[in-house]
Write a new protein. Structure first.
Ligand SMILES: [Zn+2]
Length: 306
Protein backbone atom coordinates (compact mmCIF):
# COMPACT_ATOMS: atom_id res chain seq x y z
CA UNK A 1 0.00 0.00 0.00
CA UNK A 2 1.01 3.65 -0.37
CA UNK A 3 2.51 5.45 2.61
CA UNK A 4 2.98 8.87 4.13
CA UNK A 5 4.83 10.09 7.23
CA UNK A 6 3.07 9.30 10.52
CA UNK A 7 3.47 12.83 11.95
CA UNK A 8 5.04 16.16 10.90
CA UNK A 9 8.86 16.29 10.78
CA UNK A 10 10.66 19.64 11.15
CA UNK A 11 14.28 20.37 10.25
CA UNK A 12 16.14 23.71 10.35
CA UNK A 13 19.25 24.73 8.46
CA UNK A 14 20.71 26.94 5.74
CA UNK A 15 20.51 26.61 1.96
CA UNK A 16 23.74 25.44 0.31
CA UNK A 17 23.60 27.94 -2.55
CA UNK A 18 21.55 30.82 -1.12
CA UNK A 19 23.10 30.68 2.36
CA UNK A 20 19.63 31.54 3.67
CA UNK A 21 18.18 29.91 6.80
CA UNK A 22 15.03 27.85 6.28
CA UNK A 23 12.70 25.65 8.29
CA UNK A 24 11.30 22.63 6.48
CA UNK A 25 8.34 20.57 7.73
CA UNK A 26 7.34 17.28 6.08
CA UNK A 27 3.59 16.79 6.69
CA UNK A 28 1.44 13.70 6.15
CA UNK A 29 -0.67 13.65 2.96
CA UNK A 30 -3.48 11.48 1.58
CA UNK A 31 -3.06 8.66 -0.97
CA UNK A 32 -2.32 9.72 -4.58
CA UNK A 33 -1.33 13.22 -3.37
CA UNK A 34 2.30 12.72 -4.37
CA UNK A 35 4.98 15.08 -3.05
CA UNK A 36 4.37 18.83 -3.12
CA UNK A 37 6.30 21.77 -1.68
CA UNK A 38 4.52 24.79 -0.15
CA UNK A 39 6.30 28.14 0.36
CA UNK A 40 4.94 29.39 3.69
CA UNK A 41 6.90 32.68 3.47
CA UNK A 42 4.87 33.81 0.45
CA UNK A 43 1.38 35.05 1.32
CA UNK A 44 -0.16 35.81 -2.07
CA UNK A 45 -1.01 33.59 -5.04
CA UNK A 46 -0.24 29.94 -5.68
CA UNK A 47 2.47 28.84 -3.26
CA UNK A 48 2.26 25.10 -4.01
CA UNK A 49 4.98 23.60 -6.21
CA UNK A 50 4.60 19.99 -7.41
CA UNK A 51 7.71 17.81 -7.06
CA UNK A 52 7.37 16.53 -10.60
CA UNK A 53 9.72 16.25 -13.60
CA UNK A 54 8.12 18.94 -15.77
CA UNK A 55 8.28 21.55 -12.97
CA UNK A 56 12.08 21.46 -13.11
CA UNK A 57 13.76 24.63 -14.30
CA UNK A 58 17.31 24.49 -15.64
CA UNK A 59 19.57 25.49 -12.79
CA UNK A 60 23.29 25.01 -12.19
CA UNK A 61 24.41 22.48 -9.59
CA UNK A 62 21.03 21.70 -8.00
CA UNK A 63 17.45 20.70 -8.78
CA UNK A 64 15.00 23.61 -8.77
CA UNK A 65 11.25 23.34 -9.31
CA UNK A 66 8.92 26.20 -10.14
CA UNK A 67 5.12 26.52 -10.50
CA UNK A 68 3.09 28.49 -13.06
CA UNK A 69 3.10 31.55 -10.77
CA UNK A 70 6.92 31.55 -10.73
CA UNK A 71 7.18 30.34 -7.12
CA UNK A 72 10.25 28.09 -6.79
CA UNK A 73 12.07 25.78 -4.39
CA UNK A 74 15.65 24.66 -5.01
CA UNK A 75 18.08 21.97 -3.90
CA UNK A 76 15.20 19.54 -3.39
CA UNK A 77 17.18 16.44 -4.44
CA UNK A 78 18.40 15.18 -1.05
CA UNK A 79 15.01 15.32 0.71
CA UNK A 80 13.42 13.78 -2.41
CA UNK A 81 15.99 10.96 -2.29
CA UNK A 82 15.27 10.41 1.42
CA UNK A 83 11.52 10.13 0.79
CA UNK A 84 11.99 7.78 -2.18
CA UNK A 85 14.63 5.73 -0.38
CA UNK A 86 12.43 5.32 2.71
CA UNK A 87 9.39 4.43 0.59
CA UNK A 88 7.32 7.55 1.36
CA UNK A 89 4.91 8.15 -1.55
CA UNK A 90 2.89 11.15 -0.31
CA UNK A 91 3.89 14.28 1.63
CA UNK A 92 3.39 18.03 1.80
CA UNK A 93 6.72 19.76 2.45
CA UNK A 94 6.31 23.25 3.90
CA UNK A 95 9.31 25.55 3.65
CA UNK A 96 9.72 29.20 4.68
CA UNK A 97 12.35 30.11 2.10
CA UNK A 98 13.57 29.38 -1.43
CA UNK A 99 16.00 26.55 -0.66
CA UNK A 100 15.90 23.24 1.25
CA UNK A 101 18.41 23.22 4.15
CA UNK A 102 21.63 21.40 3.24
CA UNK A 103 22.08 20.02 6.82
CA UNK A 104 25.20 17.79 6.67
CA UNK A 105 25.25 17.65 2.85
CA UNK A 106 23.80 14.12 2.71
CA UNK A 107 20.29 12.65 3.01
CA UNK A 108 21.01 11.00 6.39
CA UNK A 109 19.38 13.67 8.66
CA UNK A 110 16.17 13.44 6.58
CA UNK A 111 16.27 9.63 6.67
CA UNK A 112 16.85 9.54 10.43
CA UNK A 113 13.92 11.92 11.04
CA UNK A 114 11.57 10.05 8.67
CA UNK A 115 12.36 6.63 10.16
CA UNK A 116 12.19 7.97 13.74
CA UNK A 117 8.65 9.26 13.12
CA UNK A 118 7.65 6.16 11.18
CA UNK A 119 5.37 5.70 8.18
CA UNK A 120 1.59 5.43 7.94
CA UNK A 121 0.05 3.03 5.45
CA UNK A 122 -2.69 4.47 3.25
CA UNK A 123 -5.68 2.59 1.80
CA UNK A 124 -4.53 2.67 -1.83
CA UNK A 125 -2.13 0.38 -3.69
CA UNK A 126 1.24 1.65 -4.94
CA UNK A 127 1.34 2.33 -8.65
CA UNK A 128 4.76 2.31 -10.27
CA UNK A 129 6.23 3.25 -13.66
CA UNK A 130 7.63 0.18 -15.35
CA UNK A 131 10.26 0.92 -18.01
CA UNK A 132 9.44 -1.19 -21.09
CA UNK A 133 12.11 -0.03 -23.55
CA UNK A 134 15.46 1.76 -23.19
CA UNK A 135 15.57 5.55 -23.36
CA UNK A 136 18.81 7.53 -23.42
CA UNK A 137 20.20 11.06 -23.30
CA UNK A 138 23.66 11.92 -24.60
CA UNK A 139 25.51 15.21 -24.27
CA UNK A 140 29.10 16.29 -24.84
CA UNK A 141 29.67 15.65 -21.12
CA UNK A 142 28.24 12.15 -20.68
CA UNK A 143 25.10 10.09 -20.94
CA UNK A 144 22.20 8.67 -18.93
CA UNK A 145 19.97 5.71 -19.74
CA UNK A 146 16.91 3.94 -18.35
CA UNK A 147 16.26 0.33 -19.36
CA UNK A 148 13.84 -2.42 -18.27
CA UNK A 149 14.47 -4.19 -14.93
CA UNK A 150 12.33 -6.01 -12.37
CA UNK A 151 13.10 -3.57 -9.54
CA UNK A 152 15.05 -0.31 -9.29
CA UNK A 153 18.78 -0.61 -9.83
CA UNK A 154 21.50 1.84 -10.67
CA UNK A 155 25.00 2.07 -12.14
CA UNK A 156 27.01 5.27 -12.02
CA UNK A 157 30.42 6.30 -13.33
CA UNK A 158 32.35 9.50 -12.58
CA UNK A 159 35.88 10.62 -13.36
CA UNK A 160 37.63 13.70 -12.05
CA UNK A 161 41.20 14.92 -12.51
CA UNK A 162 41.52 15.41 -8.75
CA UNK A 163 43.11 12.24 -7.39
CA UNK A 164 41.01 12.53 -4.20
CA UNK A 165 38.01 11.61 -6.40
CA UNK A 166 39.53 10.06 -9.54
CA UNK A 167 37.49 7.40 -11.36
CA UNK A 168 34.69 5.75 -9.41
CA UNK A 169 32.02 3.33 -10.58
CA UNK A 170 29.31 1.61 -8.57
CA UNK A 171 26.33 -0.65 -9.28
CA UNK A 172 23.55 -1.18 -6.74
CA UNK A 173 20.18 -2.90 -6.52
CA UNK A 174 18.09 -0.43 -4.52
CA UNK A 175 15.77 -2.97 -2.84
CA UNK A 176 15.86 -3.99 0.83
CA UNK A 177 17.00 -0.72 2.36
CA UNK A 178 20.11 -0.41 0.15
CA UNK A 179 19.60 3.35 -0.13
CA UNK A 180 19.58 3.85 3.65
CA UNK A 181 22.57 1.55 4.20
CA UNK A 182 24.79 2.38 1.21
CA UNK A 183 23.93 5.86 -0.07
CA UNK A 184 22.05 8.02 2.43
CA UNK A 185 25.07 9.35 4.39
CA UNK A 186 27.22 10.29 1.37
CA UNK A 187 27.73 14.05 1.17
CA UNK A 188 27.76 16.52 -1.67
CA UNK A 189 31.27 17.33 -2.88
CA UNK A 190 33.15 19.97 -4.81
CA UNK A 191 36.66 20.97 -5.84
CA UNK A 192 38.33 23.81 -3.98
CA UNK A 193 39.22 25.26 -7.39
CA UNK A 194 35.47 25.65 -8.11
CA UNK A 195 34.55 27.31 -4.80
CA UNK A 196 35.69 30.82 -5.79
CA UNK A 197 33.98 30.55 -9.18
CA UNK A 198 30.74 29.44 -7.49
CA UNK A 199 30.92 32.31 -4.99
CA UNK A 200 31.43 34.78 -7.86
CA UNK A 201 28.19 33.45 -9.41
CA UNK A 202 26.35 33.77 -6.09
CA UNK A 203 26.36 29.98 -5.57
CA UNK A 204 27.47 27.80 -2.64
CA UNK A 205 27.12 30.79 -0.26
CA UNK A 206 26.01 28.40 2.52
CA UNK A 207 28.73 25.86 1.77
CA UNK A 208 31.24 24.94 4.47
CA UNK A 209 33.79 22.20 5.03
CA UNK A 210 31.15 20.63 7.33
CA UNK A 211 28.29 20.36 4.80
CA UNK A 212 30.31 19.50 1.69
CA UNK A 213 33.34 17.34 0.98
CA UNK A 214 35.88 19.75 -0.50
CA UNK A 215 38.86 18.28 -2.36
CA UNK A 216 42.03 19.75 -3.80
CA UNK A 217 44.19 17.45 -5.91
CA UNK A 218 44.77 14.34 -3.83
CA UNK A 219 43.70 15.98 -0.55
CA UNK A 220 40.33 15.98 1.20
CA UNK A 221 40.09 19.36 2.96
CA UNK A 222 36.98 18.59 5.02
CA UNK A 223 37.88 17.62 8.60
CA UNK A 224 37.36 13.94 9.33
CA UNK A 225 37.95 12.98 5.69
CA UNK A 226 35.59 10.75 3.75
CA UNK A 227 32.71 8.62 5.07
CA UNK A 228 33.35 6.10 2.26
CA UNK A 229 36.35 5.79 -0.07
CA UNK A 230 33.89 6.20 -2.97
CA UNK A 231 31.66 8.76 -1.24
CA UNK A 232 31.53 10.92 -4.40
CA UNK A 233 29.94 8.30 -6.67
CA UNK A 234 27.60 7.26 -3.86
CA UNK A 235 26.44 10.87 -3.57
CA UNK A 236 25.85 11.05 -7.33
CA UNK A 237 23.61 7.95 -6.98
CA UNK A 238 21.78 9.61 -4.07
CA UNK A 239 21.20 12.68 -6.28
CA UNK A 240 20.01 10.46 -9.15
CA UNK A 241 17.47 8.72 -6.89
CA UNK A 242 16.15 12.13 -5.77
CA UNK A 243 15.93 13.37 -9.37
CA UNK A 244 14.27 10.13 -10.56
CA UNK A 245 11.69 10.50 -7.76
CA UNK A 246 10.37 13.44 -9.81
CA UNK A 247 8.82 10.79 -12.11
CA UNK A 248 6.03 11.06 -9.50
CA UNK A 249 5.83 7.28 -8.99
CA UNK A 250 8.38 4.65 -8.00
CA UNK A 251 10.34 3.46 -11.05
CA UNK A 252 10.89 -0.13 -12.05
CA UNK A 253 13.97 0.14 -14.23
CA UNK A 254 17.75 0.20 -14.42
CA UNK A 255 19.32 3.68 -14.39
CA UNK A 256 22.83 4.24 -15.72
CA UNK A 257 24.68 7.54 -15.42
CA UNK A 258 28.04 8.22 -17.06
CA UNK A 259 29.29 11.61 -15.83
CA UNK A 260 25.61 12.47 -15.51
CA UNK A 261 24.12 15.15 -13.28
CA UNK A 262 20.83 16.76 -12.29
CA UNK A 263 19.91 18.21 -15.66
CA UNK A 264 20.80 15.03 -17.56
CA UNK A 265 18.63 12.88 -15.28
CA UNK A 266 15.76 15.34 -15.74
CA UNK A 267 16.21 15.29 -19.55
CA UNK A 268 16.05 11.49 -19.32
CA UNK A 269 12.63 11.69 -17.62
CA UNK A 270 11.46 14.09 -20.36
CA UNK A 271 12.65 11.53 -22.93
CA UNK A 272 10.83 8.70 -21.10
CA UNK A 273 7.53 10.57 -20.96
CA UNK A 274 7.89 11.64 -24.61
CA UNK A 275 7.80 7.94 -25.56
CA UNK A 276 4.47 6.39 -24.48
CA UNK A 277 5.66 2.95 -25.65
CA UNK A 278 8.68 3.09 -23.33
CA UNK A 279 6.74 2.75 -20.05
CA UNK A 280 3.46 1.70 -18.48
CA UNK A 281 1.78 2.25 -15.11
CA UNK A 282 1.49 -0.95 -13.07
CA UNK A 283 -0.14 -1.71 -9.74
CA UNK A 284 2.43 -3.24 -7.40
CA UNK A 285 1.90 -6.79 -6.10
CA UNK A 286 3.60 -8.17 -2.96
CA UNK A 287 6.39 -9.77 -4.96
CA UNK A 288 7.29 -6.51 -6.75
CA UNK A 289 6.82 -4.44 -3.59
CA UNK A 290 9.74 -6.30 -2.04
CA UNK A 291 11.99 -4.94 -4.79
CA UNK A 292 11.18 -1.26 -4.20
CA UNK A 293 13.45 1.04 -2.16
CA UNK A 294 12.17 1.58 1.36
CA UNK A 295 10.96 -1.95 2.07
CA UNK A 296 12.57 -4.04 4.82
CA UNK A 297 14.63 -1.19 6.29
CA UNK A 298 16.10 -2.14 9.66
CA UNK A 299 16.54 0.87 12.00
CA UNK A 300 20.02 -0.32 12.98
CA UNK A 301 21.07 0.10 9.34
CA UNK A 302 20.82 3.89 9.52
CA UNK A 303 24.41 5.15 9.35
CA UNK A 304 25.72 6.34 12.72
CA UNK A 305 26.53 9.80 11.33
CA UNK A 306 22.86 10.71 10.95
ZN1 LIG B 1 23.53 16.27 -4.02
Amino acid sequence: MQTTVRAPITLDGVGLHSGRPARLTIRPAVADHGVWFKRTDIRLGDTLVPAIWDSVERSPLCTRIVNAAGVAVQTIEHVMAALAGCGVHNALIEIDGPEVPILDGSAAPFVRAILDRGLRRLPEPVRALEVLAPVEIRTAKGWARLSPARGLSMRFHIDFDDAAIGTQEKTLDLSNGTFVRELSDSRTFCRQADVDAMHAQGLALGGTLENAVVVEGDRVLSPGGLRHADEAVRHKMLDALGDLALAGKPLLGHYEGFRAGHSMTNLLLHELFRNPDAFRMVEIDEDTRARLPGVNIQPQEIPAVA
